[in-house]
Design a protein around this ligand. Structure first.
Ligand SMILES: [Zn+2]
Length: 280
């Protein structure tokens, strides 16, 4: 018994050392399989709450169009490494009062109709979707979780081999989906990767900034509108992000198009015909 306790104490010491090391270096305690399981669990909780998250209410044709024509070409980027590891898919939440999109660990990407109605081009939507894929590929949510939940997660996984630990964490997290708030550096990385992923598509690679540019131009950013309350509470200043994306585009020799541009690589007519027309 005593021997066992000494063994456990030793194990704990190693765990704590690993934990401190992990926190300072951003080590992720989740495996790819954990990512998918955690995402699935969160999806179940979203589907169980149809009032807050009315998912795919009669939007099958719209979802199919976005998945096949915009989302899949993004996933085909050589820089999306986990397209066969994670369960990438897109879901539409029919709520015109929310302008936002979010990603869950392991592949699910959710887009609100409020955002779809606000955007003007396929390039803008592709930019947002590529940004969400970047959060998943970079495992931003579970890296943050590893830092925040390190001790309890390690203890439950190692000491008890507690199979319900992930589900418990998912439940704790689900309240308000607050954990989706990303840090400034995670957002900048996702914006940067969004440009990379779009390079191999037919879309202008800087599409991710069009949403911010429009909000800046029409005053939505400073309006305190309820529609972007969730976006603003989970994202850093969109106006600052425009400058960072422009700097990246310029550095790579891309011309600086804006959301008002009529360049063919924005696919504005296609957006009206294939997406806006299905959002009545
Ligand atoms: Zn983000």
């Amino acid at each position: 018994m005593l021997k066992r306790r000494i063994y456990l104490n030793g194990l704990l010491l190693i765990l704590f050392a690993a934990l401190i090391y992990g926190c300072s270096t951003g080590i992720n305690l989740f495996s790819d399989k954990d990512e998918v399981a955690l995402g699935d669990d969160l999806v179940q909780q979203i589907l169980a709450n149809p009032k807050e998250y009315p998912v795919n209410s009669g939007d099958a044709a719209l979802k199919k169009y976005i998945q096949e024509n915009i989302f899949n070409p993004i996933l085909a980027s050589p820089q999306v490494k986990k397209r066969n590891v994670y369960k990438y898919r897109i879901e539409i939440i029919r709520r015109d009062d929310v302008m936002n999109a979010f990603a869950l660990p392991g592949g699910p990407v959710f887009v609100y109709t409020g955002l779809l109605k606000y955007l003007d081009s396929e390039a803008a939507l592709a930019g947002v979707l590529a940004h969400e894929v970047a959060h998943i590929e970079s495992r931003h949510a579970t890296k943050r979780l590893s830092a925040n939940y390190g001790v309890s997660l390690l203890l439950s996984l190692v000491l008890g081999q507690n199979p319900s630990a992930l589900a418990e964490i998912a439940t704790n997290l689900f309240v308000g989906l607050a954990f989706l708030a990303n840090s400034r550096s995670d957002e900048d990385q996702a914006d940067r990767l969004s440009v990379e992923y779009l390079k191999t598509t037919k879309y202008y690679p800087g599409g991710v900034k069009f949403f911010f540019e429009k909000m800046k131009s029409d005053g939505t950013v400073s309006s305190n509108s309820g529609k972007i309350a969730t976006f603003l509470s989970t994202h850093p200043d969109p106006i600052e992000r425009i400058a960072v994306v422009n700097q990246n585009l310029k550095g790579q020799g891309f011309k600086l198009l804006e959301f008002t541009s009529n360049d063919a690589t924005l696919f504005k007519t296609a957006y009206t015909m294939n997406i806006k027309s299905r959002l009545k």
